[in-house]
Design a protein around this ligand. Structure first.
Ligand code: HEC
Length: 139
């Protein structure tokens, strides 16, 4: 136990020092960005956006919403891996904003704070728009 705690900062600093350990591991992307949107980002964010219309009431509804917030936040991380990340600028910022907003939504769910959840939903929406404004080409 003592050794493990001791090793932690070393592991973290190696991670920072080499740029990113995660990028050196063999991560294989399977879905397209659109499939990620359809499978994860859109349904998970809809669950958060629906709170204004229909706030969760039962424990089951709160638990389901917590998992949606997790999926939403993690889908932002998936937008950042390997060839999905289009650049280190607006794409990265919008993806990270979505991760943070999803995490804020999760915090609000855990606190069962509907007002905070509505605020987090607005920030989530802003992160969608921030990316789409640059990268979603409409014909
Ligand atoms: C970091 C970039 C990024 C973020 C953040 C992002 N998207 Fe997307 N989204 C895309 C890209 C790129 C496409 C187009 C994919 C394609 O056509 O191959 C897309 C497509 C979509 C589409 C289909 C739009 C159309 O007109 O075809 C929807 C709906 C969508 N996203 C919803 C969302 C929602 C909701 C969020 C936020 C919760 C979100 N997206 C966050 C990049 C992003």
């Amino acid at each position: 136990m003592r050794t493990t705690l001791w090793a932690l900062p070393v592991v973290l600093s190696i991670g920072l020092g080499t740029g990113s350990l995660a990028q050196q591991r063999s991560v294989t992307t399977v879905g397209s960005v659109m499939q990620l949107m359809d499978a994860m980002t859109i349904p998970a964010s809809n669950a958060v956006f629906n709170v204004g219309r229909q706030p969760p009431e039962t424990d089951e509804e709160w638990s389901a919403l917590a998992l949606s917030a997790v999926v939403l936040a993690e889908s932002g991380n998936l937008l950042l891996i390997r060839d999905r990340a289009r650049d280190e600028a607006a794409w990265t910022e919008a993806s990270q904003a979505m991760v943070e907003a999803g995490a804020a939504a999760l915090g609000a769910v855990e606190a069962r704070d509907v007002d905070a959840l509505l605020d987090a939903g607005d920030v989530v929406f802003g992160s969608c728009e921030a990316c789409h404004a640059t990268y979603l080409k409409r014909e």
